[in-house]
Design a protein around this ligand. Structure first.
Ligand code: UT7
Length: 321
C-alpha cells in the first residue's frame, strides 16, 4: 500500500456584499486613499452587514467548495474552521457550519492561530487524512474582523476586511498530488505586538484588536521566511520549482519583500490584498479560490501558502495542486 496524501478537490469563498473603499473610510477617520494604497496596497475591503456573520460567510464558502468538489454533505468526516471571530464563544463555529451544511458525521472543531489559522488548519487536517483518521476534510477560514477592530484607530481599522474561504481535502493513495510538506512555528513572547484586549476569561467582553504595526512588519519580513525555506527543504524543491505563491494578504509590501527575499518571481504571487484587505484566516483560502476560478492555479501546479499572525504564530505548507 502506498502512502496517503491530502489532495485538494475543490475551493470556495464568500465575501460580504458591501465593499468599502479607502475614500469611504477617509470620511470616518483621518486617513487618505493615497496613504493606504502606498503603505499597504489595499484599495477596498468587504465589510459584513449585521445579517452576515462568520458562520453565514463560512457556510457559503464551504458549500461552494463542496459544489466545486462535486460532493454532498455525506462525504465529509472532518470540519476545521480557523477563526478568531466566532459568532459565539461556544459552540465552535465549525459545528455551526457543519450543521448548516447538513453534515451529520465526523468531527468538527475550531482552530485558533489568528492570521496563520488556515495554514495550521490545512496542516492539521493533513495529519488526520494521511493517518487514515479521516477521509475527507473541509478546512475553512472565516472572519468578521470588522467586529473587533477599533473604528477610532486609523492605524488598524483601515487594514482589515471580512470574508471566508474553504477547501475540500481528500485522502488519496499514491500519486504526486497533495500536501507535500509543512512547517509551523509559534512564539508567545510576541503576544503584545498583536492581540485583542478582551475575552471571556479576562474582561468578559469581546475587546478590540491592538497592533504594533511596525514590529509586526519587521518580524514578518525578517523571520517568517524560515518556515518557507523549511517547507521547500522538506519537499526537496526550490523557489524555482514553484508555480504559485499564495501568502497571507496583510500588506503588499510585506508580500513582495518576502517573495524577493526567497527568490520567488513576482509574477508567481497571487495578490488579493488590494480588493479584500486583511481578512486574517480567510485571506489565503479566498486568494486560492480567486486563482483557481480565474484559471491560474491548475492541477499539478506547485503552490506555497504562508502566513503570520498574532501569537506570533506562523507557518507554510507546500501543495501539489
Ligand atoms: O495579519 C497580521 C499581520 N499584520 C500585518 O502584517 C500588519 C503589519 N504592519 C503593516 O502593514 C504596517 O506597519 C502598517 C501598514 C500598519 C503601517 O505602515 P508603516 O509604514 O509601518 O507606517 P507607520 O506605522 O510607521 O506610520 C507612519 C505614519 C505615522 O505618522 P508619523 O508618526 O510619521 O507622523 C502614522 O501616524 O503614518 C501615520 N498613519 C496614518 N496616516 C494616515 C498611521 N495610520 C495611518 C492612516 N492614515 N490610516
Amino acid at each position: 500500500m502506498s502512502a496517503l496524501r491530502s489532495v485538494v478537490l475543490g475551493t470556495g469563498s464568500c465575501l460580504p456584499e458591501r465593499a468599502v473603499t479607502n475614500a469611504m473610510l477617509a470620511e470616518r477617520v483621518e486617513t487618505s486613499d493615497e496613504w493606504i494604497v502606498q503603505r499597504t496596497g489595499i484599495r477596498q475591503r468587504h465589510i459584513a452587514a449585521p445579517h452576515e456573520t462568520t458562520v453565514t460567510l463560512g457556510t457559503r464558502a464551504a458549500q461552494a467548495a463542496l459544489d466545486a468538489a462535486g460532493l454532498g454533505p455525506d462525504a465529509i468526516d472532518l470540519v476545521i474552521c480557523a477563526t478568531s471571530t466566532p459568532d459565539h464563544t461556544f459552540p465552535a463555529t465549525a459545528t455551526e457550519i457543519q450543521a448548516a451544511l447538513g453534515i451529520g458525521q465526523g468531527a468538527a472543531f475550531d482552530l485558533q492561530a489568528v492570521c496563520a489559522g488556515f495554514v495550521f488548519g490545512v496542516t492539521t487536517a493533513d495529519k488526520f487524512l494521511v493517518t487514515g483518521a479521516a477521509q475527507r476534510a473541509l478546512v475553512i477560514g472565516a472572519e468578521t474582523f470588522s467586529r473587533i477592530v477599533d473604528w477610532e484607530d486609523r492605524t488598524t481599522c483601515v487594514l482589515f476586511g471580512d470574508g471566508a474561504g474553504a477547501v475540500v481535502l481528500e485522502a488519496r493513495e499514491g500519486g504526486e498530488r497533495g500536501v507535500l510538506s509543512a512547517a509551523l512555528r509559534s512564539d508567545g513572547r510576541y503576544r503584545d505586538k498583536l492581540y485583542v484586549d478582551g475575552g471571556p476569561g479576562s474582561t468578559g467582553a469581546v475587546g478590540h484588536l491592538r497592533m504594533e504595526g511596525k514590529d509586526v512588519f519587521r518580524f514578518a519580513v525578517g523571520q517568517v521566511t524560515d518556515v518557507i525555506v523549511d517547507a521547500f527543504a522538506k519537499a526537496g524543491v526550490t523557489a524555482d520549482d514553484l508555480d504559485w505563491f499564495v501568502p497571507h494578504q496583510a500588506n503588499r509590501r510585506i508580500i513582495e519583500a518576502s517573495a524577493d527575499k526567497l527568490g520567488i518571481a513576482r509574477e508567481k504571487i497571487v495578490m488579493t490584498v488590494d480588493r479584500h484587505g486583511n481578512t486574517s484566516a480567510a485571506s489565503i483560502p479566498l486568494a486560492l479560490d480567486v486563482a483557481v476560478r480565474d484559471g491560474r492555479i491548475k492541477p499539478g501546479d506547485l503552490v506555497m501558502i504562508e502566513a503570520i499572525g498574532g501569537g506570533f504564530s506562523w507557518g507554510a505548507a507546500l501543495l501539489r495542486w
